[in-house]
Design a protein around this ligand. Structure first.
Ligand code: AMP
Length: 451
């Protein structure tokens, strides 16, 4: 006989399977985030993962994210589309399309795709959490979203997160500043790394983002944006800092913080996790933007927002030893050494009453089933053997170390829910209605119920 060997597939490079229990931890992280968002009046927006390529081109034609890393392709109808590399563009496109009432305060949680060189904390498919607030030009809104992010980090137990902040000024301030940086960098062109020489031609400000060693001294002596701020911009920035002071949100001013995307103005900020390696320690960032809604064909609209990277936040939590995975908590493990009918029906009824319940399939001895119950981490085992079945009872056994007042005891099957509800905050009024198959068939009033 010839054996055919089938190819075994692996997830694509830079893409990962998120398995339990890590998946539960990520879900809990998102829950913490949206709790903070909803507390501040932000509601969820869910834009599509695919957009017209043009939506992302508007965001920043000189950025690596758009020029090099985007998963773009020609669709079956010949239109050019792309998997989103970030979420702001899609959210602003949705804003322009639907023209909601202002201010529009939204949060999102979603997957993005960038064809990057994968490494720890940098993947080709990754999740971001973020907020956008459109339609208000008020420094207090900048403070509001920064404080929201900071409460979110605190809710996870993170303590070593630094907020870096800067102001890029208005469009005109930024133009003048960009020109000053361009002239300065041109004078030092040949001392720059090759990559930065290319960036200089496309977008001089982005050279200041370079992490390459040979660029650092030149960057350190470059002109400062603070010297180019108009009075309005300087006032806005001062109010943001005063607001953060008032709320006790600490920050470090970083005059070199420009962030890559072209549409940022005024406030710009980044969160760095000090517990992570400096190359991947950016756990999020954001700022004020204008011109984006206009670029998408809408009215000129102020906007401010941030995006946080889920993977990096979890790495930061690991590094600080906080927000540990909480093992999924199981209330009851049902052990049935008779026919399996009780396990089948009682798990269903427990679950219907909001009590988590599991069992072992394929029967097995009392010992084997007890072992499964131990492994499951359940608070209680509910045991049904021949004896219990005959008496319409179950044995309720608190599992080792779980409940203090607990010797095992027999309880009437019908009283199981109310017995269990003594241990939970839930009020359970239902009764378990389990009858062994024989007695059910003998009792016509029971037909069609859980027997
Ligand atoms: P950005 O949209 O580039 O400003 O990214 C915002 C945040 O998303 C960053 O601070 C990272 O935490 C996260 N992030 C960006 N790119 C990736 C990636 N390729 N893999 C994982 N996280 C990422």
């Amino acid at each position: 006989m010839t054996e055919t060997r089938r190819e075994q597939f692996q997830a694509l490079r830079g893409m990962r399977d998120i398995l339990p229990p890590e998946s539960a931890r990520r879900r809990e992280l998102t829950k913490q985030f949206f709790t903070q968002c909803e507390l501040a009046g932000y509601h969820e927006v869910v834009p599509p993962i695919l957009e017209d390529l043009g939506v992302f081109l508007r965001v920043g034609e000189a950025t690596d994210v758009v020029t090099k890393e985007m998963y773009d392709f020609v669709d079956k109808d010949q239109s050019r589309i792309a998997l989103r590399p970030e979420m702001t563009a899609g959210v602003v496109r949705a804003f322009v399309q639907h023209r909601p009432v202002l201010p529009w305060k939204v949060w999102y949680a979603g997957t993005n795709f960038r064809h990057e060189r994968p490494q720890k904390g940098r993947y080709r498919m990754f999740d971001q959490l973020g907020v956008e607030a459109l339609g208000v030009d008020d420094a207090d809104l900048d403070v509001e979203i920064i404080a929201l992010a900071s409460r979110f980090f605190a809710s996870l137990g993170l303590r070593q997160v630094t907020l870096l902040i800067n102001s890029l000024g208005e469009h005109e301030d930024r133009e003048q500043y960009t020109e000053a940086v361009r002239l300065y960098l041109l004078a030092h062109q040949y001392e720059l790394s090759e990559a930065s020489q290319v960036t200089l031609e496309l977008n001089p400000l982005r050279v200041l983002d370079s992490k390459r060693r040979e660029d650092q001294q030149i960057i350190a002596d470059a002109p400062l944006v603070a010297d180019y701020l108009s009075e309005d911009s300087a006032d806005h920035y001062a109010r943001v800092l005063a607001g953060l002071d008032s709320l006790g949100v600490s920050y470090t001013e970083d005059p070199r913080l420009v962030r890559g995307l072209d549409y940022y103005r005024r406030t710009t900020f980044e969160f760095a996790a000090e517990a992570l390696d400096s190359a991947q320690n950016a756990i999020g960032g954001g700022g004020r933007y204008d011109g984006l809604a206009e670029a998408m064909g809408g009215p000129a609209t102020d906007g401010v927002g941030f995006a946080l990277g889920v993977d990096r936040i979890l790495l930061a939590c690991d590094a600080e030893g906080v927000f540990a995975t909480d093992p999924t908590r199981l209330d009851v493990f049902v052990i049935d050494t008779v026919s399996g009918d009780a396990a089948r029906d009682i798990t269903h009824q427990l679950r219907s009453a909001g009590i988590s319940a599991d069992r072992r399939f394929g029967g097995g001895s009392m010992k084997a089933q007890m072992k499964s119950a131990d492994k499951s981490g359940a608070r209680f085992a509910v045991i049904i053997g021949e004896d219990e079945l005959a008496a319409n009872e179950v044995t309720l056994r608190p599992m080792l170390g779980q409940e203090s007042d607990g010797e095992q005891r027999r309880v009437a099957t019908a009283d199981l829910l109310s017995e269990l509800s003594r241990y939970s905050s839930q009020t359970v009024t239902d009764q378990i209605d389990f009858q062994p198959a024989d007695s059910a068939s003998a009792d016509p009033t029971n037909s069609g119920t859980l027997t």
